[in-house]
Design a binder for this molecule. Structure first.
Ligand SMILES: [Zn+2]
Ligand SMILES: [Zn+2]
Length: 123
């Protein structure tokens, strides 16, 4: 069982499914919404239980971004065309049992930092 919550605690989530694809996203949308990078992993949408009110922002036609309307924690990412939902690794209660696998959208990364670890990088 993996559990997580937003900063104020009014949104919680849990899953018993093994998370996949733990990654750090460098895209401009994730950087703006999170303040820097957004680390997430995904599970089947039907396997993630969310409690509390989430505001879903449609940043594009292909994806929605879910955040807590009280404290602003950016918690979820969902593409309606896909049957998975991603959740923020920073919001997961320790021990997470998760380890990052890769950086994604590195072609869109900011110019104010370098990627200095050995994880895989995908444009
Ligand atoms: Zn909150
Ligand atoms: Zn992103």
């Amino acid at each position: 069982m993996l559990t997580g919550r937003c900063l104020c605690g009014s949104v919680t989530f849990e899953t018993e499914a093994p998370p996949k694809g733990a990654s750090v996203c460098h895209c401009g949308q994730c950087r703006r919404q999170s303040g820097h990078l957004w680390a997430s992993a995904y599970v089947p949408k039907t396997e993630l239980t969310i409690t509390g009110k989430v505001t879903w922002f449609e940043a594009s036609e292909t994806a929605k971004r879910g955040f807590c309307p009280t404290c602003g924690s950016f918690l979820f990412w969902h593409a309606p065309a896909e049957d998975t939902v991603s959740f923020a690794l920073g919001a997961v209660d320790a021990p997470t049992g998760i380890h990052l696998e890769k950086h994604i959208f590195v072609a869109s990364k900011g110019d104010y930092y370098d990627i200095s670890d050995a994880l895989k990088q995908r444009d």
